[in-house]
Design a protein around this ligand. Sequence first.
Ligand code: ZN
Length: 268
Amino acid sequence: MRHNRMFCFVVLTTSLFVAPIANALAAAPCAPVSKAKSPQSDRSFEPCDPEFTYANQADWGGACNSGGIQSPINISNAVVDERLSAPAFSYRSAGPSVFNDCNHYTIKVFPAGDSSTLIYGGHPYRLKEFHFHLPAEDLIAGDRSAMEVHLVHEGIDDPKLTLVVAVLVKAGAPNGLIAILWQHIPDEGVRESPPITINPDRLLPPRDKRGFYTFAGSLTTPPCTPGLTWIVLKEPITFSPDQIKRYTYHGTARKDQPVNREIKQTKN
Ligand SMILES: [Zn+2]
């Protein structure tokens, strides 16, 4: 649109001095300013001005470096607790909004409203957003996976409750949700709602393979807020090598933190 206006300005200015040319161009289309809604009209933009870098984690400050209970961790010596029951996932297909959050080096996906929920420990939660890290942040007995998906849930009755379900990603068969999502990543700093529907259930392992580790932890990026419940599923999912390669933000894993807490696990 800006380009068209510039073209009109040149034509009209020229016509003041060169009448024959102006006549010849009389039919030149000076496009009116359109008020029609464009497909990009729901875009919002935030400038990319990172407040932290992964190269300088010792300087993150605040809760990040206060020696409290922090995430991620190297999961080992987990105690089997037979009373643990798996989260009851109720994830549904919905149209998401997608944010290329260059400030925090991740792609964030916000499912619509309360389209995806779960119940854990007697509390209902809604899936607020999910995002990615490359490589994985949580280690299993020192083993680091290619990527990690964080599904961040907020308590429906108590919004102060935060539950993160972490799913580890290995290279293997392509993932159907990622096949759709990777085609609709906005420009850096842009949040928009692409014309797609996705079901976050496709980021979970099969129903009969949802054993997990659970422990207290924190956000893994500043301000590293503690007091979160973490569930790390034991069974990884797979993205194809190409899907992993095409993820934009490499090197976005926080160093593992001291394991100064109890880790519980399901039997299987
Ligand atoms: Zn995360």
